[in-house]
Design a binder for this molecule. Structure first.
Ligand code: ADP
Ligand code: MG
Length: 347
């Protein structure tokens, strides 16, 4: 009798469990596909806003935010123990890094070669020397700059396969100019896998719009480089693409000589890139590439930058000069609207 009871009890438990699991399955598969969620956090040394416009869940939001912290911990130049830090401390030893770090370094080398070295991931020494964006920012001496320039060289970053690399000479790696682009691409990959059709990811001015806003494209503001606030000078109508802006107003310091030094360095001179430009924007569905090229064209300047982007299929760019002139590649004309009339659109 007792045994039968136990047996029946066991059956009951299994059935209850089965019903419970079925409910759970139904619940998750019938999860609210229209649910939206927006979160803003300071991560990767910048203000990040993730705006999920459908299929949003707290779990997904957490997965996305965690991925950003993970990328930061792996790819930061400054954080002790990051993949990049371990690599830079390795003194010629073989270093094994996370597959994502390996991928980003591989891409950085590729884009650097395409951009003729204006974007250069081997300038870690120079970036550390200037320390712009850190509390150690200072104007280096000419000798220090020359020494740091000596240490660079793409050929000193040896990819060995299997996520292993070796650094030669005094070269130090910095992928800070491309990591946020990679992070944006990762946001899109993870969100898409979770079924999200429409979202806006903004990683400190590095924007990715996934899908569209209902039947219309998204309207993304282009930062006014002369404004301290989040003012924009115009709007681009885009969908399923990344809009990446680099400018000399983002991170800078004023040295003892009273001059302003910003964070985009010219790998030729070792000094902050000096051109007629204040800000540039690159538009491409590959945010890693857009990030690398936004840094690159800022260094190239207007004329070379324009020719460079025009030569690449599917990539567009917008240039804002110090004298408030706005130039853009031919493919962008139909989707850009100037909203601030203190700027002048150059046809
Ligand atoms: P932000 O990070 O402000 O969006 P960028 O994407 O242009 O700006 O990246 C600038 C960062 O990249 C710098 O802080 C520095 O770490 C690094 N960097 C600066 N100049 C170069 C360059 N010419 N090539 C590669 N990396 C650079
Ligand atoms: Mg960049």
């Amino acid at each position: 009798m007792n045994r039968l009871f136990l047996f029946l009890g066991g059956m009951m438990k299994k059935r209850v469990l089965a019903v419970f699991l079925l409910c759970l399955l139904l619940l998750t598969s019938c999860a609210d596909t229209t649910a939206t969620m927006k979160e803003v956090q300071f991560v990767m040394s910048t203000v990040v806003s993730l705006d999920l416009r459908d299929h949003a869940t707290p779990v997904l939001m957490k997965t996305l935010m965690n991925r950003l912290s993970e990328i930061d911990v792996l790819m930061s130049l400054q954080k002790r123990g990051s993949d990049i830090d371990r690599l830079n401390q390795s003194q010629g030893e073989v270093v094994t890094v996370d597959p994502s770090t390996y991928h980003v370094i591989e891409k950085a080398l590729e884009y650097s070669r395409v951009a003729g070295g204006t974007f250069d991931p081997s300038i870690g020494h120079l970036v550390n020397l200037w320390g712009i964006g850190t509390e150690k920012a200072k104007l280096p001496t000419q000798e220090e700059i020359e020494e740091a320039l000596q240490s660079r060289g793409l050929e000193n970053i040896e990819l060995l396969g299997n996520n292993q690399l070796r650094l030669h000479g005094e070269t130090q790696v910095d992928i800070g100019a491309i990591a946020k682009g990679y992070a944006a691409d990762e946001m899109v990959r993870i969100a898409k896998e979770a079924g999200v059709k429409s979202a806006i990811f903004n990683l400190g001015g590095n924007v990715y719009v996934l899908g569209s806003k209902g039947k219309s494209p998204f309207r993304v503001g282009i930062q006014n480089p002369f404004s301290d606030r989040d003012d924009y000078l115009g709007i681009v109508d885009v969908q399923d693409t990344s809009v990446v802006t680099s400018g000399n107003y983002e991170r800078f310091f004023v040295a003892d000589d009273g001059k302003r030094y910003h964070h985009i360095l010219d790998p030729q001179t070792g000094y902050p890139a000096e051109s007629e430009l204040s800000g540039v924007t690159v538009i491409s569905s590959n945010s890693t590439m857009a990030d690398a090229f936004s840094t690159a064209i800022f260094v190239m300047g207007l004329e070379k930058g324009m020719d460079f982007i025009e030569s690449i299929e599917g990539v567009e760019a917008l240039f804002v000069t110090n004298t408030r002139d706005v130039y853009m590649t031919s493919g962008l004309r139909s989707s850009f609207t100037l909203t601030d009339n203190t700027f002048r659109l150059v046809e």
